[in-house]
Design a protein around this ligand. Structure first.
Ligand SMILES: *Cc1c(COP(=O)(O)O)cnc(C)c1O
Length: 373
């Protein structure tokens, strides 16, 4: 699994699935090389992990492609699907600071495809310029087209219908495009392949090392579905904990069952449904992309103690959820060896600078260097 030579980057490559996945109904034949793989795993001495429990981190924040995190793995399969089907442009959809939209914009640019992003913003902001904070800076520098909708419009039409509406407009003059629509978070059944493949990587990395648990943030569900199904089919035997940052556990199970069905991995075929493959834990806090002070404090504490910066919307909430569970029931975590998947998202932190300022200032002011002359 060496890094592809420069000549192979961004090219379609033949893809052979892991042996344990070859019975699935949806099998990709090709994949685009976009990610820097394998990502490292290393010990992660986070304060608050109970005695007798070991925490390690899988650095999927280091997949490359302008800090694109977990979305690169899904895009390797989604972009291959788009190119194979002869599409000439990409549409995707997300929140105004969507990491997925940014990652998709970069992948599309790499492959020479125009990219159109539908971004959900507050009603009072959707008619003005969205600015250049965080993910928007990258998207706009690389020339992605941005189409804003309000949260109300998003709620009324839903992501799939909005994607189809924009696709219909782009098929007309003056655009005349044949766009491929990628759903929110890249979480189609094809996107799940990114994390099935990641479990083959993990399997090789952790063999014989006694890991017992794997934990991750869950937003649109594709990452969790891939990890949980890969763990199940590959017989890794890990307990899978998905910390939901936007919806309830029931929603995630229903949605992931749909993703699994699209892969041909229904209960009668693989012997379990999503509820049998992972536990979903409520970690939404004050709401999607809204940070509570204790969550940001956890992010700041972990950064200061270990040098690893999480993001406020996904990984910060997931780790906060995991640490809360460990604090409330430490005996359940004794003897466990837990792998936390860092799914990226650093650019989203820029939107929280005002909220972070007092937490960071409380550690001490910046110094003024005094010079004699
Ligand atoms: C999108 C995202 C997630 C959630 O992954 P899903 O596959 O959408 O559940 C987690 N972390 C970060 C940083 C993300 O951008």
């Amino acid at each position: 699994m060496a890094v592809a030579p420069a000549s192979q980057m961004f090219q379609l490559q033949p893809y052979t699935p892991p042996a344990w996945a070859t019975n699935l109904a949806l099998l990709p034949k090709q994949r685009c090389h976009l990610a820097q793989l394998p990502t490292p795993i290393h010990p992660w001495p986070v304060p608050g992990v109970p005695p007798g429990c070991e925490l390690h981190i899988k650095r999927d924040d280091l997949t490359g492609m302008q800090l694109s995190g977990n979305k690169v793995r899904k895009l390797e399969f989604l972009m291959a699907e788009a190119v194979q089907r002869g599409h000439d442009s990409i549409i995707t959809i997300g929140g105004i600071q969507s990491n997925h939209a940014r990652a998709t914009a970069v992948a599309a640019r790499y492959l020479g495809l125009p990219c159109h992003l539908i971004l959900r913003n507050s009603k009072h902001l959707a008619d003005s310029d969205p600015g250049l904070v965080g993910n928007l800076l990258v998207e706009r520098l690389i020339g992605a087209h941005i189409w804003q909708v309000t949260k109300e419009e998003y709620g009324r039409y839903g992501g799939p219908a909005l994607g189809e509406r924009l696709a219909a407009q782009l098929r007309q003059a003056p655009w005349g495009l044949n766009p491929f629509v990628i759903p929110v978070g890249g979480s189609s059944s094809m996107g799940v392949w990114g994390y099935l493949e990641m479990m083959r990587e993990v399997e090789q990395q952790i063999v014989g090392q006694g890991f017992t648990d794997i934990a991750m943030a869950c937003g649109s569900g594709g990452t969790t579905a891939g990890i949980a199904l890969g763990n199940h089919l590959g017989g890794l035997g890990l307990r899978v904990h998905a910390y939901g940052v936007c919806d309830d556990p029931d929603y995630f199970h229903t949605f992931c069952d749909g993703l699994l069905e699209g892969l041909g991995a229904t209960r009668d075929v693989v012997g379990a449904d999503s509820a049998g493959m992972f536990r979903a834990v409520q970690a939404r806090g004050a709401g999607y992309a809204i940070s509570r002070e204790d969550e940001l404090q956890a992010v700041a504490d972990v950064a200061a103690a270990t040098g690893i910066v999480l993001d406020p919307v996904y990984t910060g909430k997931a780790l906060h959820g995991l640490l809360t569970e460990m604090r409330e029931r430490p005996e359940e975590w004794r003897g466990r060896k837990v792998l936390f998947v860092h799914t990226g998202g650093l650019l989203g932190m820029y939107e929280k600078v005002a909220q972070l300022q007092p937490l960071v200032e409380a550690r001490g002011a910046a110094h003024r260097l005094q010079l004699d002359d």
